[in-house]
Write a protein that binds this ligand. Structure first.
Ligand code: PGA
Length: 256
């Protein structure tokens, strides 16, 4: 089965009640039935706006073709002030969660093990996970890209069964390309994606390697998406800045 292209918008900590309405409607307008056959579109929304975005989508003709995702989650209910756990996302019919984004790893000090535990628990709760991996600039310059990717993949794989990998989308996001305007070239991205797929074939199974979708993320925009989308191992994008502009995001969706 060919891998269906998947384009995620990662709104991060952005948006207001006023701004998310036209943005959500603008995205829904592009994802008609024909487009939805080619591409799965997922909006990563701050917790506080998830329900509102779901309500806006419910009122749009193509709304059912756009899914929402949380941008993080905690693993358990209980005395964890300020956290939102995976069961709450399921309760609110949120199908996806982004985990292990480099901003969570760097700013909020989430280790490989914490990310892996979150991925495991989220899938166990019934969520689909966009799991992010990627090297920093220093790691790339130090020729450590493959070592870092393998370490991050191994941590996630340690907790998952082959069956559970069906609910994972990987996002390769080189940290040096996120929000910097410095996109990986299509060849650089393809090289990393091929490494990830080969790692999965060798360490999980050929089937999981063939079936798992790998998004590229890091300064994807309306001008560079078409060239990136042509690469064989690039199965979609995770888009930050450009996903806040309905017009640019629409162009990226059309690259599928
Ligand atoms: P960017 O962010 O598109 O703004 O570089 C990507 C991401 O962080 O997912």
């Amino acid at each position: 089965m060919p891998r269906k292209f998947i384009i995620g918008g990662n709104w991060k900590c952005n948006g207001t009640n006023a701004s998310i309405e036209p943005l959500t409607k603008g995205v829904a307008a592009v994802v008609d039935a024909e487009m939805a056959k080619k591409v799965e579109v997922v909006l990563g929304v701050p917790f506080i706006y998830l329900t509102k975005v779901q309500q806006i989508l419910a009122g749009e003709a193509n709304g059912a073709n756009v899914l929402v995702s949380a941008e993080n989650a905690w693993t358990k209910s209980g005395a964890y002030t300020g956290e939102v756990h995976v069961g709450m996302l399921v309760d609110c019919k949120v199908p996806y969660v982004i985990l292990g984004h480099s901003e969570r790893r760097q700013i909020f000090k989430e280790t490989d093990e914490v990310v892996a535990e979150k991925v495991k628990v989220a899938i166990g709760a019934g969520l689909k996970v966009i799991a992010c991996i990627g090297e920093t600039e220093a790691e790339r310059v130090g020729n450590k890209t493959e070592e870092v990717l393998a370490r991050q993949l191994k941590a996630i794989n340690t907790t998952l069964t082959k069956e559970e990998w069906k609910n994972v989308v990987l996002a390769y996001e080189p940290v040096w390309a996120i929000g910097t305007g410095k996109t990986a070239t299509p060849d650089q991205a393809q090289e990393a994606h091929a490494f990830i797929r080969n790692w999965m074939a060798a360490n999980i199974s050929k089937e999981v390697a063939e079936e798992t979708r790998i998004q590229y993320g890091g300064s994807v925009n309306n001008a560079n998406c078409d060239e990136l989308a042509k690469k064989v191992d690039i199965d979609g994008f995770l888009v930050g800045g450009a996903s806040l502009d309905a017009g640019k995001f629409a162009t990226i969706i059309k690259s599928a």
